[in-house]
Design a protein. Structure first.
Length: 406
């Protein structure tokens, strides 16, 4: 059995380790080929760190926490990652690590420094195009010293890695070009953000009816859903505009928004079109309740501003919708979308009124009359591309592609 050290960098509010990666690692460990250990850079409180440790250990993974310097933010991060090499080397020795698996750029820096000598293998999880996301959404200049330094680290990690994980095919082209000539196609592997297909499922009619009763709407009322973070990049005004078009033809339609920041959408609705509020429910729910709410929906929204960085992502909500049998409306060019066909979704290039009216027409006149057929097909697409099983197999293939010395 080969021991893998997963190195990640997460804030106190981020739960990707627990919700996304641990299920994948647990499943891989059950096959007896790999053991997983976690090293997490974070500035979370002692209480959160303790909770994460218990969750990791319950999943069969050891857990090591490393504190991050927060001031100044950019320089502090680089210093923390540089000093992180000692933590990486210590865990390598203590846990007899064979493979390092850093997620994103700063953990990759710790690993590059730690692996200046030695025969350990490196699998770089590029995690989309996170440096470009800072330019697109956080206002960082692509000419800044910090950005250019991080881009160089990213390129070095791709060149040094024995395998590189991406969330889309498009990201491979970008990373390969940045790494330079001679970077082999064979080292790149696309992995998905898989979800438990037993948990995220269409459920049954009784369950879906119960949810609609809780929303105080009729069993046949069209239910549109959005689940996830909110902010300008998710085009919330386009969501409201689309719901408005749907509601013109079906006044009984309802829009359910599940988010950790419900006040954002409530404030927007009040200024955008307060008449929509009577047909909306905006709430925060526990993560384990999300699948049941999604399964009752008839349409899932996954708009994103199609910036350069977005071609490297794999929206988790897209898989959750499809696994629950929910047709999707998604932005073309955000990650890979080749698997979304006319029977599982509607891809848009923009969110102008004409496009949104076309989406509303498709939903009302094609999806709703054939809802059960769409439910079955969406579920099939979700299982093929977004199930936990498909993610586990993609990670397994990548890890087995490298030759570890006995």
């Amino acid at each position: 059995m080969k021991n893998v050290l997963f190195i990640t960098w997460d804030g106190p509010q981020v739960s990707y380790l627990e919700s996304l990666f641990l299920p994948i690692f647990s499943s891989l460990m059950s096959k007896g080929e790999f053991g997983f250990h976690i090293l997490q850079f974070s500035w979370a409180s002692d209480e959160i760190v303790s909770r994460r440790r218990k969750t990791c250990e319950a999943s069969g993974c050891s857990y090591t926490a490393v504190s991050v310097l927060r001031k100044p933010v950019a320089i502090g991060g680089l210093i923390s990652a540089g000093m992180g090499l000692w933590h990486v080397r210590r865990v390598i020795k203590e846990r007899n690590i064979d493979i390092l698996l850093p997620r994103s750029t700063l953990p990759a820096l710790s690993c590059l420094l730690a692996l200046r000598s030695g025969d350990k293998k490196l699998v770089f999880d590029a995690d989309g195009l996170p440096l470009d996301e800072r330019v697109d959404f956080a206002g960082q200049s692509p000419l800044s010293v910090i950005y250019r330094a991080l881009r160089d680290i990213e390129a070095q990690a791709v060149r040094r890695a024995d395998a590189v994980l991406t969330r889309s095919r498009k990201a491979i082209t970008v990373l390969q070009a940045r790494a330079g000539a001679g970077t082999s196609d064979d080292k790149f592997h696309v992995v998905s953000n898989g979800r438990d297909s037993a948990l995220f499922s269409p459920g049954d009619l009784d369950g879906r009816t119960t949810i609609k009763k809780r929303l105080s709407i009729h069993d046949d009322a069209p239910l549109v859903v959005y689940a996830g973070s909110l902010g300008p990049q998710y085009l919330p005004e386009a969501m409201l505009s689309l719901f408005g078009f749907i509601r013109k033809s079906r006044p009984d339609s309802h829009f359910l928004v599940l988010t950790g920041s419900p006040e954002f959408m409530r404030d927007l609705v009040s200024t955008y079109d307060s008449t929509l509020a009577s047909g909306m429910t905006i709430k925060r729910v526990d993560a384990n309740e999300v699948p049941g709410w999604l399964a009752a929906a008839d349409l899932g929204l996954a708009f994103r501003e199609p910036t350069f960085s977005m071609q490297g992502v794999a929206p988790i909500k897209l898989g959750e919708y499809l696994l629950c049998g929910v047709p999707v409306v998604a932005t073309r060019g955000v990650g890979d979308s080749h698997f979304i066909d006319e029977n599982s979704g509607f891809l848009v290039d923009g969110c102008d009124s004409e496009t949104l009216e076309a989406v509303a027409d498709w939903f009302i006149h094609k999806v709703l009359p054939a809802r059960e057929g769409y439910r079955a097909h969406c579920r099939s697409v979700g299982v093929d591309h977004f199930s936990l099983e498909s993610s586990v197999e993609a990670y397994r293939k990548a890890l087995l592609s490298i030759q570890v010395q006995p």
